[in-house]
Design a binder for this molecule. Structure first.
Ligand SMILES: *Cc1c(COP(=O)(O)O)cnc(C)c1O
Length: 397
C-alpha cells in the first residue's frame, strides 16, 4: 500500500493552505530546491560544457521520459521530454497527417483545451490542401469517427468538467476506420494509471508541471507508439532529433524511435526539478492512487452537494468517466473562487462559470477535503463572495 501521509510530508505546502490546484501547477517537493541547486553548482558550475557528457544531460530527455512511461502505460524508450505541450500537440498532429496522407480531417471536441485547437487550426492553415479541424461535443466523438478522419486529437480528461473519455473505445473505433489517435494526457498523467500501449494509442502528449510537479514551465512529454516510431517524420526537425547531431550534417536525418521527436536543447534545470518529483512518484502504486483519488472526489462532491445547493455539479458521477478533479458551476463562479482563495482554499476558475478543484492523494487527504467543504459552505451560505473586489478579474484566473 502506498503511504500517502508519507508522500504528503515530501511536499512544501504553506501553513493553513488547502491546495486544490495541483492539476494546474503541482506544488513544490521538499527535495526540489536542493536537486536544482546541485545541478546548478555541481554540474553547470563545475562541469560547464562537459556536463552534456559527464552529467548525462544529453540523455536526460529519454531517461526522464522512461520514468514517466510507467505512469502512462508506455513502452520503455518511447516517451521523450521537451518543449511545451502546445508544441508537442503540433508535432504529433503533423506526424499523424503525414502518416495518413489521404485523409484531411482532424477530429476533436469542443471541450478540448483551446491551445490544442489553436495549434490544429494553425497547422491546417500552414498545410492548406483542404486540411480541416472538425470539433463535435465530447459525447459525440465516438460516432463522429468515420472514414474521412485522419487523426483524432482528444484530451482524455476535459480540463473544465473533468469528464474522462474512454481511451480504449475511441482508439479502437479510430483504428477500425483507418484513423490515428493523439491523446492529450495533460489531466491524466499523474491523475490515474493511463494504459497507452494496452489501448493501442498512436501518439500521446502531456505536461509535467500539473500532476507531475516539475514547476512552472516544466517540459512536456510526447509518446509515439513503436509501430510509428521509425516512420513518423517530425515536422519540427530540430538538430537534437537528428540521428547524429554532432556530425553537423547539412541534411536532416531523423534519429531512430522517439528520440527523433526532440527539437532543440533540453531544459536541464527543469528536468532536474522534475526528477526530484519523480522520486516521489516512484513510491506510488497507481492503483492505490486511483482508489484514494476517487474517495477524495466522492467525498468532496457529497460534502458540497449536501451544503451548497446552488452549486451545480459539472463532473460525471460515474467513476469511469471521471479524472481527478471536480468542477461545480455557478454564475458567480469567479467571485466564489476569489472568496475561497482568500480563505486559503486554492482552486481555480475556468470561464464561463466553472469552479475547479483538483484532488491528488499525494498531498491532499480527507481532512483537507472536509475543511475545504466547510469553508465553501460558509462562503455560500453567508454570500461571502458578494464583494466588488472579488469580481474584478485578474490576468490569470
Ligand atoms: C495545460 C494544458 C495545455 C497547456 O499547454 P502549454 O503549451 O504547456 O502551455 C495544453 N493542452 C491542455 C489539454 C492542457 O490542459
Amino acid at each position: 500500500m502506498t503511504d500517502f501521509s508519507a508522500t504528503k510530508a515530501l511536499f512544501t505546502l504553506p501553513e493553513g493552505m488547502i491546495y486544490l490546484d495541483g492539476n494546474s501547477l503541482g506544488p513544490l517537493p521538499r527535495a526540489t530546491a536542493a536537486r536544482v541547486a546541485q545541478t546548478v553548482t555541481e554540474e553547470w558550475g563545475k562541469m560547464l560544457i562537459t556536463g552534456w557528457n559527464k552529467a548525462g544531460w544529453m540523455d536526460k530527455p529519454m531517461h526522464v521520459g522512461d520514468r514517466i512511461a510507467r505512469l502512462i502505460g508506455a513502452e520503455a524508450g518511447h516517451v521523450v521530454m521537451g518543449d511545451t505541450l502546445s508544441i508537442k500537440v503540433y508535432q504529433a498532429l503533423a506526424a499523424c497527417l503525414d502518416l495518413n496522407p489521404k485523409r484531411r480531417v482532424i477530429l476533436s471536441d469542443t471541450g478540448n483545451f483551446p491551445s490544442d485547437l489553436y495549434m490544429a487550426e494553425g497547422l491546417c492553415r500552414t498545410l492548406g490542401q483542404g486540411y480541416e479541424l472538425k470539433t463535435v461535443a465530447p459525447e459525440a466523438v465516438l460516432d463522429a469517427i468515420d472514414d474521412t478522419v485522419a487523426v483524432t486529437m482528444i484530451t482524455e480528461v476535459d480540463y473544465r468538467t473533468g469528464r474522462r473519455h474512454n481511451m480504449a473505445e475511441i482508439t479502437a473505433r479510430a483504428h477500425a476506420h483507418g484513423a490515428l489517435t493523439i491523446w492529450d494526457l495533460a489531466h491524466s498523467a499523474g491523475a490515474f494509471q493511463v494504459e497507452l500501449a494496452a489501448c493501442g494509442a498512436d501518439f500521446a502528449v502531456g505536461c509535467s508541471y500539473k500532476y507531475l510537479n516539475s514547476g512552472p514551465g516544466g517540459p512536456a512529454f510526447i509518446y509515439v507508439s513503436p509501430r510509428h516510431a521509425d516512420h513518423a517524420l517530425p515536422a519540427l526537425s530540430g538538430w537534437q532529433g537528428h540521428a547524429a547531431p554532432f556530425a553537423f550534417d547539412l541534411d536532416y536525418r531523423p534519429a531512430t524511435g522517439a528520440e527523433r521527436l526532440r527539437v532543440g536543447t533540453p531544459p536541464i534545470l527543469q528536468l532536474a526539478a522534475l526528477e526530484a518529483s519523480l522520486d516521489i512518484w516512484d513510491r506510488v502504486d497507481m492503483q492505490d492512487l486511483r482508489i484514494a483519488s476517487l474517495a477524495l472526489t466522492d467525498r468532496y462532491i457529497a460534502g458540497i452537494e449536501a451544503s451548497c445547493p446552488s452549486l451545480i455539479l459539472a463532473t460525471p458521477r460515474d467513476h469511469a468517466m471521471r479524472g481527478s478533479q471536480v468542477s461545480f458551476r455557478h454564475p458567480e463562479g469567479y467571485a466564489i473562487m476569489q472568496a475561497m482563495i482568500a480563505r486559503g482554499v486554492i482552486g481555480d476558475f475556468r470561464a464561463p462559470d466553472i469552479i475547479r478543484c483538483g484532488f491528488t492523494p499525494l498531498f491532499i487527504d480527507e481532512t483537507d477535503v472536509d475543511h475545504a467543504v466547510a469553508i465553501i459552505a460558509d462562503i455560500m451560505q453567508n454570500s461571502l463572495w458578494d464583494r466588488p473586489d472579488y469580481k474584478t478579474r485578474a490576468k490569470v484566473t
